[in-house]
Design a protein around this ligand. Structure first.
Ligand code: NAD
Length: 478
């Protein structure tokens, strides 16, 4: 059902649990041929897929928008374009990144040579969420394939149309049979897929599910990347460009209706500029347009369950004394009612409230004053999450000083979210926000065994460290 209109948009046959063993058998079988192709042969398929995506861009944006309720422009800019960009990056760098590389050999090993080889791991399981259902499935899938793995993908059951759209793109591109297979369904299917011992699990989703996957992975010694949730702080210092900071807060908190792992989820403003910041934020929030047209700023939320979480966080905050500064609650906004949640601003908040501690993942932005740099850093770090953060000041030295004290996977100075768009930067979380990093070179290498190889020319018949030991213990120690 479309979250924006409530109309039925598709009926998708779920993958039966009984078919999972066969999916794995096929994947392992096709690995034997796919992994033996040269990197450039594999890149040929990625290129074809990229060209198809460019050709079908508007169609894909339409499907993403229908399935998620997000605006088409957001589907284009934050789901499709980053995927195209990631493929281009892979096409440009994969050969260099994945080719073996020579390394130095210490003097005591004279006569030998050393190098590192990157060997695909085998079958990679990619499990993805619904908030950026295209990009967050595609980018790990494509990195894993480029590195020579075969992939089993389980897209989110919340956005099944996008899952099928991705599958069709691979089919139309003509990837060799079973190199990439799709399993459509919910958490039971996801759990059953992890139990089949893939050679790597790349998971993006909630902390709760990430912990379950982490346990299964530990039980079977499966290496994983876990890209999980966030509660990202924004720190606004008194010397910041306030209008820029407010504009950044608006987009950082409300794009995709706040359903962004790297969303601005709490703002701390230095007390002398707190009222001015709040007033401007309030004014600009009230001017935002909500709808599904190209002129609108914010679409509908995607997942009814998430609407309930937003409602619960808001209720808890209001009960504890928070003040709703902007935005009005729709009357029928619990599950079954509207998914259009207007952007809201809260003041008079503190860290006893769920809205300041737990991931809200909705368009509600709480704002709190602070009195010193130390206090701002302490408040920002007082969280179980550590995905992203931002610092706003025109004093570069102060910005860097604060940035380096924040326990998060990323910090932007005078901007929000945008580190994710640079492939030369790692992406991933600290604390409960995740384990591991991807994007760029690391995004390819995580899908490889990094193998150490040392070569001796094989002419001599003995080595100093080999037997016999007799006569080799230093006399000055004995
Ligand atoms: P979720 O954890 O509910 O589901 C994610 C995926 O895991 C879905 O495909 C789901 O079917 C599957 N799944 C659920 N239970 C499973 C199990 N026991 N075993 C295997 N698979 C299982 O998350 P969601 O609600 O789809 O996504 C929202 C969350 O994802 C938010 O917390 C958000 O912050 C996070 N997220 C993180 C990033 C990041 O890069 N760090 C990006 C986007 C979203």
């Amino acid at each position: 059902f479309s979250p924006a209109t409530g109309e039925k948009i598709a009926e998708i046959e779920p993958t039966p649990l009984s078919s999972i063993p066969l999916i794995y058998t096929k994947s392992r079988h096709s690995f034997q041929t796919w992994s033996k192709l040269s990197i450039s042969e594999r890149l040929h398929y990625l290129r074809q897929l990229r060209l198809l995506m460019v050709e079908k861009m508007d169609e894909i944006a339409e499907i993403i928008s229908k399935d998620t309720g997000k605006l088409k422009i957001e589907a284009l800019v934050a789901d499709i374009m980053p995927t195209i960009d990631a493929i281009k990056h892979i096409e440009k760098h994969a050969i260099k990144s994945l080719s073996g590389k020579k390394v130095a050999t210490p003097l005591m090993l004279i006569g030998k040579k050393s190098y590192i080889e990157y060997m695909p791991r085998g079958t990679v399981l990619v499990i993805s969420p619904w908030n950026y259902p295209f990009q967050l499935a595609m980018v790990p899938i494509l990195n894993a394939l480029a590195a020579g793995n075969t992939v089993i993908a389980k897209p989110s059951e919340v956005t099944p149309l996008v899952g099928v759209c991705i599958e069709n793109l691979f089919v139309k591109t003509g990837f060799p049979k079973d190199t990439i297979q799709f399993a459509h369904g919910g958490k039971e299917l996801g759990a059953a897929l992890t139990e089949q011992k893939p050679d790597y699990i790349f998971f993006t989703g909630s902390v709760r599910t990430g912990k379950i996957i982490g346990e299964v992975a530990a039980k079977h010694s499966i290496p994983t990347t876990l890209e999980l949730g966030g509660k990202d702080p924004m720190i606004v210092l008194r010397d910041a460009n306030l209008e820029r900071a407010v504009n950044g807060a608006l987009w950082g908190a409300f794009t995709n209706s706040g359903q962004v792992c790297m969303s601005v989820e709490r703002v701390y403003v230095e007390r002398p500029v707190y009222q001015e910041f709040l007033a401007l934020l309030k004014e600009k929030t009230e001017a935002m347009r909500q709808g599904t047209n190209l002129k609108d700023d914010i679409g509908s939320m995607t997942f009814p369950g998430q609407v309930d979480i937003v409602a619960a966080h808001l209720e808890d905050a209001l009960d504890k004394g928070a003040i709703l500064e902007a935005g009005k609650l729709p009357k029928e906004w619990k599950t079954g009612g509207t998914h259009f949640i207007p952007p809201m601003i809260l003041s008079n908040v503190d860290h006893s409230m769920r809205i300041m501690k737990e991931e809200t993942f909705g368009p509600v932005l709480p704002v709190m004053p602070f009195d010193s740099e130390e206090e701002a850093v302490a408040l920002a770090n007082e969280s179980e999450y550590g995905l992203n953060s931002s610092v706003w000041t025109i004093d570069k030295e102060k910005a860097r000083r604060i940035a380096s004290q924040l326990v998060t996977g990323a910090v932007t100075i005078n901007d929000v979210l945008i580190t994710v768009a640079n492939h030369h930067l790692p992406f991933g979380g600290a604390k409960q926000s995740g384990v591991g990093r991807y994007h760029g070179e690391q995004g390819l290498k995580i899908f490889c065994h990094e193998k150490a190889i040392m070569v001796d020319n094989g002419h001599k018949n003995t080595e100093i460290q080999w037997y016999p030991y007799e006569g080799k213990y230093p006399t000055f120690l004995s």
